[in-house]
Each structure stands twice: as C-alpha cells, then as structure tokens.
Design a protein around this ligand. Structure first.
Ligand SMILES: NC(=O)c1ccc[n+]([C@@H]2O[C@H](COP(=O)([O-])OP(=O)(O)OC[C@H]3O[C@@H](n4cnc5c(N)ncnc54)[C@H](OP(=O)(O)O)[C@@H]3O)[C@@H](O)[C@H]2O)c1
Length: 295
C-alpha cells in the first residue's frame, strides 16, 4: 500500500464547488485597487477562490470595514469577479467592547458587511470570536434571520471551542457549515482539543487561519523549520508549500487561508498540491512541532 498522501483540490461552500485554499484579506490594508486586484488574481490562478475577510479587518491600519470595502471596490471594478469567488466574512468584534454577538448586533454587522462588499449575499458568515455575554440562543436567532432572508448562504464560527459550537448548534435548525480556528505546525492544539474531531463528526469545514504561523514558519529556525526544509528540499518546493500540504493532508479537509500580500508568494502556495508527502513525513512534522516522538 502506498505511503503517499493524496491531496484533493476541491471542496464545497454553500452550493459552490471551491478550491481547498482560501485567500485571506486581514493584511489587505494599504492595498490600492491595482494591488488588491493583483493579489486576488494570484489567488484565483492557483484555484484559491474563497476570499476570507471580516468587518474588523483594516481596523488599526486604516479603518473598521476597510478590507471589506476594498474587496467591494474590486468587485465593482471587475464585472464577473464576484461570481467567480465565494466570500466568507465575520462579525461580532466591536472595538472597544471588544465583542458583541447579540442578535441585533450580528444582524447589523452582516448588513453593513454586505453594503461594503457590494454584495446581496455572502456565501459564509462567521461569528468571529465567542462573546461571553451573548447566549447561544441570541446568536442562533441572528444567524437564522440572516439565512432566512438570504443575506448569508451558510453560517459558522471562528475561535469557538467544540463545546461553544455545540451550544450554538443546539439552538439552530440548520447545520453550522464552518469553523475557523488557528491551525498550523506552530499551533497544533485543534488536532487534540476536539475541534477537528468535531468538524469530522458534524461535517463542518475547518478553515485554518495563520497557516504559516503568521510568517514565523517561513522566517524562523528550529526543529519544525528543519523538518520543513528537508521535505521541501526533497520536493524542490519551499517551506510554505510543505506547511500548507501538511494541513491539506488532514482527513478533516482543512482549508488553509493564505495570508501573504505578495502575488509571487500567493502563487507559490499552489505547489502544495504537487508535493509528494508520505505518512512518515506528516508524522515527522508533527513530532518536530510537538518536540517529541509519537508514543
Ligand atoms: N478568524 C480569525 O480570528 C483570524 C485571525 C487571523 C487571521 N485570519 C485569517 O487568516 C488569514 C491568514 O492569516 P495570516 O496572514 O496570519 O497567514 P500566514 O500565512 O500564517 O502569515 C502571513 C504572513 O507570512 C508572511 N510570509 C508568507 N510567506 C513568506 C515568505 N516566503 N517569507 C517571509 N514571510 C512570508 C507574509 O508576509 P508577506 O505578505 O510579505 O508575504 C505575512 O506577513 C488572514 O488573512 C485572515 O483572513 C483569521
């Protein structure tokens, strides 16, 4: 039996077939329209046609909502682009509170996002972070109203524990479609804390934020980077492709969200699908991350 891990290239969000990589707009601030277009075109060239954004993206660098507005400007300037992509956005972070996931707040957030994105619907709307002061029934009320009115096609959560996701799911009469934790070789907790097990149990799409550890896996050194470099060298690829392939190989169907603002680096991520990674390689990377051999 072959020891090679085969990677699939497609998955589904709402009724759309999409690529298994997403492109993230967190660091979009400062892009002019031409730069934003170059990044999105680079993402589309490798099949990364899921665009991940949030109401809060831009806050601090430009302004609240600015990353969504930039994407909306791009959709307006490129007729046809909106239909080629699935848009994921998030609400519930409201500076300086810091969170507000009460029903009215989530509904208002999603409606404002749609205006900025110049879209009638987003394919997926996520509650960005758990709000300790919002009862899951309130969040469920908002998600249900947004879905019933067609403003969102699917709903999900981000940075929720399995128990928090279950509590919300218990108040919904439709299934949550996605969860978005931080997952990478420098943050492997979701492999062990039930997040990925729950995703497989319920058929929820896990999206991995900061899949390169926010860049640390590319620029750092130490055992994880040494293991990445060995496999990269054997494949004529770069560390990033190996780190992304490691996520893509997990049976939960993880969708890594590319965060680079450099079109060449975005395109380079596509090499992840061509990598020849064995089961032994996969575990060698996990062992390097954990700092010990598997028992
Ligand atoms: N749900 C949440 O709470 C949450 C939180 C954070 C992020 N996210 C999502 O996840 C997406 C990705 O997060 P992320 O940006 O942290 O992802 P990441 O891919 O882990 O990190 C991106 C960073 O790595 C750097 N990098 C990439 N390739 C490099 C290379 N070859 N050499 C040196 N540096 C390199 C990039 O710099 P360059 O731009 O210069 O290439 C960028 O600063 C975000 O855009 C957002 O959509 C979600």
């Amino acid at each position: 039996m072959s020891d090679l891990i085969l990677l699939t290239r497609e998955t589904q969000i709402a009724d759309r077939k999409v690529g298994r990589l997403a492109y993230g707009c967190w660091r979009f601030a400062g892009s002019d329209l031409a730069a934003a277009q170059a990044k999105v075109e680079a993402a589309l060239s490798i099949g990364a046609n899921v665009l991940d954004t949030a109401a809060i993206y831009g806050f601090g660098a430009e302004g609240f909502g600015d990353a969504e507005a930039r994407l909306g400007d791009l959709f307006a300037s490129q007729p046809g682009l909106r239909d080629q992509v699935a848009v994921v956005t998030k609400g519930g972070i409201v500076p300086p509170e810091p969170y507000d996931s009460r029903a009215a707040s989530l509904i208002e957030s999603a409606e404002n996002s749609l205006r900025r994105l110049r879209s009638e619907q987003v394919e997926l709307f996520l509650i960005h972070r758990p709000d300790n002061l919002a009862h899951p029934a309130e969040m469920a009320e908002a998600l249900t109203e947004l879905r019933d009115s067609g403003k969102i096609a699917e709903a999900g959560v981000s940075n929720f524990s399995p128990a928090q996701l279950s509590a919300l799911q218990a108040h919904l009469d439709f299934p949550l479609a996605a969860t978005q934790p931080e997952i990478s070789l420098s943050r492997t907790e979701p492999l062990f804390d039930g997040v990925l097990d729950q995703a497989m149990e319920l058929g929820v799409l896990p999206m991995a934020w900061s899949p390169l550890g926010g860049g640390a896996l590319m620029t750092g050194s130490g055992p994880i980077c040494t293991a990445l470099d060995r496999i990269a060298g054997e494949n004529g690829a770069d560390r990033g492709a190996v780190a992304l392939a490691w996520l893509l190989a997990h049976p939960a169907g993880i969708m890594p969200i590319i965060g680079s603002q450099n079109p060449d680096r975005i395109r380079a991520a596509g090499a992840a699908f061509d990598l020849k990674m064995t089961r032994r390689d996969w575990y060698a990377l996990l062992e390097a991350s954990l700092g010990h051999k598997m028992p």
